[in-house]
Design a protein around this ligand. Sequence first.
Ligand code: APR
Length: 245
Amino acid sequence: MINFPPELITYLKKATRVVVLTGAGVSQESGLSTFRDAQSGLWAQYRPEDLATPRAFARDPKLVWDWYAHRRESAKGASPNLGHYALVEMENRISEFTLITQNVDGLHRIAGSKNILELHGNILNVRCSECGMFADNWEDDLESVPRCEKCNALLRPDVVWFEESLPREQLDAAVSATRACQIFFSIGTSGVVQPAAALAHAAKAEGAVVVEVNAEPTPLTARADFAFHGKSGEILPELVKAVWG
Ligand code: APR
């Protein structure tokens, strides 16, 4: 049983504008790998520059396509965990609640979260690498990467690769919600990938209370008003219970 500081409980009871930023750690208890965990993290097994950049796709589109197809199957096979559901609970009790996620697995939406900003795209979606048209269906086990029905260019996963910019609308909405929030949660993210990692610091600069929930300390820990180190699927349900019973 976690003893949450009474001030945090009071802040949450009174708050009307809350922003939550999530990362791969929130989906770890759903069986999905994070990126930077020492052994199990994807980037411990693969080099991001081989798989998650436009140059990697240009160099070997089939390698990149198959890797994302494999991750897409994992995401489809995963279910939300108690951490995802606790965030749905929070959204139901706070009038202006914004969930900003770096995750491409779509689990927040499946859990029932509504006001979601997917900063890094969604692996369940596929679009044309040239004209941008989304594909409703495609074949995964072809010899080569499937092509766009409209312009015949290669299809690609609708995720943001390194060296690519984030979707403008989502980023602008994330920045304005962050600037206006009273409480900013950073959950299950190592806080090293920009621009998402800058949001918590922007919230702090605007006077928001910053809360970190992560399995281990991060560069944000020293600046957070409250930091809880452990599993989000265990900590978040307890926090919701402590605040709203
Ligand atoms: N509960 C809470 N935190 C957890 C859990 C858990 N069950 N399991 C792991 N963590 C923490 C890890 O300690 C780590 O600090 O989650 C964090 C995950 O960090 P990363 O693997 O770096 O993932 P993330 O921060 O989401 O990465 C950001 O980088 O690779 C790119 O585009 C990719 O969106 C991703 C971005």
